[in-house]
Write a protein that binds this ligand. Structure first.
Ligand code: ZN
Length: 139
């Protein structure tokens, strides 16, 4: 925890409220060390603690996220080390569906995983009119 990102509330005897460097209040689940965030597009975000799940090719992770500069709803940030830079942002209302999909894949073969990935790229190609679904591949 970062003690420098707190504001003492003289009206309260409880713990001081935490906030990021821009004064945006931390949600109760935020464990981000805001003293480390001073620059860049992600400066000031609020994040939860979550484990890195190590895989043969890297790791995956899912964490609570709020951008730290608006009243936008918190989201689930899904990250994959061997994938593209950034993460997949998912609405909290979709978290159960995403988790069920991932659990269903637990019984799938590697080839079925690749088929599913190709189906996702194909769906994007259909929507955008791209001739090559592999244009959506991150390699
Ligand atoms: Zn925070």
């Amino acid at each position: 925890m970062n003690d420098t990102a707190t504001t003492a509330d003289p009206r309260s005897n409880g713990p001081a409220a935490r906030h990021n460097a821009h004064g945006h209040p931390c949600p109760p689940w935020c464990v981000t060390d805001h003293s480390e965030q001073r620059h860049g597009p992600s400066a000031g975000y609020h994040g939860s603690e979550s484990p890195l799940i190590h895989t043969p090719s890297g790791y995956v992770n899912a964490t609570a996220y709020q951008n730290g500069f608006s009243d936008d709803e918190p989201q689930i940030a899904v990250t994959c080390l061997n994938g593209p830079a950034g993460c997949l942002m998912t609405a909290v209302r979709d978290a159960g569906f995403l988790a069920a999909t991932v659990e269903d894949l637990a019984e799938a073969t590697p080839e079925q995983h690749r088929e599913f990935a190709a189906a996702i790229r194909q769906a994007a190609a259909v929507i955008t009119g791209a001739e090559d679904p592999e244009a959506w591949a991150f390699r």
